[in-house]
Write a protein that binds this ligand. Structure first.
Ligand SMILES: Nc1ncnc2c1ncn2[C@@H]1O[C@H](COP(=O)(O)OP(=O)(O)OP(=O)(O)O)[C@@H](O)[C@H]1O
Length: 194
């Protein structure tokens, strides 16, 4: 395994939509500037620290075929994806790559040699999750229903032994942030064994 990925282990942050991943990550990036790299574009087009790599459709599809992506999708005739190589490039730059991805992506990362650590951010309850999604004001009834159904699947998966290395419940924001940050930073080791 490359030394970079051994010392700069990527951190996978997953959890149901509306649990507070962006809220906690924003604080983390503000508290530790120039430490993290972000490889996945957010749904609203925010691309914190991301570098896009443009490629041809043929090359993209060949990389899909070669299982080079953690996640990929097609919107409006364009293809988007997070390649395993893009995550490795962040480690090469001596940064900790944060992957904010859904359950299927989590399972994909487990099949790679990325040596990632897995943190699951859980809501205090599904009822509270629904309240947060409603008060965020970003959802229609239809998208809310879809997000809650997906949330239940994510919560089920999180109960499987070995699914995640750490589960943080985002109830009180200050308490959750401290636990989230301390586990990720790991006394400055960021999960590296030495
Ligand atoms: N501990 C908390 N207590 C109350 N509200 C919170 C807490 N943490 C986050 N929120 C609020 O919940 C809403 C959802 O948070 P956020 O957008 O960070 O979730 P997310 O997990 O990033 O969602 P998505 O995956 O859809 O981007 C926001 O309005 C945020 O301000």
């Amino acid at each position: 395994m490359a030394a970079s990925i051994q010392n700069c282990r990527p951190v996978v942050v997953s959890g149901p939509s509306g649990t507070g991943k962006s809220t906690l990550l924003k604080r983390l990036f503000a508290e530790f500037p120039d430490t993290f790299g972000f490889s996945v574009s957010r749904k609203d087009g925010e691309v914190e620290g991301q570098h896009y790599y443009f490629t041809t459709k043929e090359d993209f599809l060949a990389l899909v075929e070669a299982k080079g992506f953690i996640e990929h999708a097609q919107f409006g005739g364009n293809y988007y994806g997070t390649s395993i190589q893009a995550v490795k490039n962040i480690a090469e730059q001596k940064r900790i790559c944060i992957l904010d991805i859904e359950m299927e992506g989590v399972k994909q990362v487990k099949k790679t040699d990325l040596n990632a650590r897995f943190l699951f951010l859980a809501p205090p309850s599904v009822e509270e999750l629904e309240r947060r999604l409603r008060s965020r004001g970003t959802e229609t009834e239809e998208s809310l229903g879809k997000r809650l159904a997906q949330a239940k699947a994510e919560l089920e998966y999180s109960k499987q032994p070995g699914a995640h290395d750490k589960i943080v419940v985002n109830d009180d924001l200050e308490t959750a942030y401290t636990e989230f940050r301390d586990w990720i930073v790991d006394g400055g080791k960021f999960g590296a064994s030495e």
